[in-house]
Design a protein around this ligand. Sequence first.
Ligand SMILES: [Zn+2]
Length: 365
Amino acid sequence: MLSYQCHDCAQTHGLHEGVWRCPCGGAFDLAGAPSFASFEGVDSSQWSLWRYRHALPSVGEGDHGSQVTLGEGCTPVVRTGEGVLVKLDFAMPTLSFKDRGSALLVSAAKGLGVKHLVADSSGNAGTSIAAYAASAGIHAEVFVPSSTSPGKVAQLDAYGAHVCVVEGTRAETAQAAIARVTQSGAFYASHVYSPFFHHGVKTFAFECFEQLDGTLPNAILLPAGNGTLLIGASIGFNELAAAGLVRQVPRLYAIQADRCAPLASARGVAVGESAKTEAEGIAIAEPPRLAQMLEVVDASGGDVLTVSEGEIQRARSDLLRLGLYVEPTAAVAYAAIERLGKDRPESILVPLTGAGLKSPAKAPL
Ligand SMILES: [Zn+2]
């Protein structure tokens, strides 16, 4: 049976208790979740992440619980250079990789009988949750900081979400959302705190494995803000390893903009002056799962790297010349390939996490 389990103190809580965080302050993992067992378990009739249904947690009536889907997943993998692959994870219903997590999180909410949810986001996660909530007939209130791109706010509005713009930082936006959850009793559909989100994102790892014929790249470079992709991907890779399907998980590199680099700071690495970065999707000064993110990086043998605004812009231009239009946040990890230097592994995969239309370039790139 599924339950929440605190990552810090291991105390468990039932899904129906209405808690989103442990009383000790720790964030939850999901206990009792199924995992990837074998290729035979893959439902190849499904051309979405639901082909891995045998490995996904479900909540609600029936064999597969409630399922809210917009056909997310199965994104292309493209070679862009010698030993470099990119996975177009922006090729999703709401144009960002967050749809992997939202599909599972909103499915769980529906299974729990939720009618009203609250989310907070720097843009893409909120937009994605709003789309899936609309599909499930759940009322969504989404809190965003005033720095969020107008394109993302317009998309939120279009899905019928109630948008609450907070004049403040990303952390103050989360506080406003949490206050609303406490006051209203609504379900907190947090991509940061809900482990269901990570279990949707873990399908990224399964897809890499299937698309590379049962192998994995040596290293994966991931943009890291709140760590949803880093933590989710690591769960997936570790499940593949636990099932004996791969000998080694890829080295996971967490990439941040040097203007907002709490992971590098936690490592004692000198970073640039704290300032506004174009990579708004990972501008998270105090990620609640920071310690867990560093655990994941270390366990894989990876590292934390930072890139400058100039490098982000150059990477965005490089991708554009290849015909790939992504938002600045999605170019952060691609920019870090150069930073690997002589330690550069033979094969690298970089997910491209958000479409360029989310945050159109102000000047020619
Ligand atoms: Zn705890």
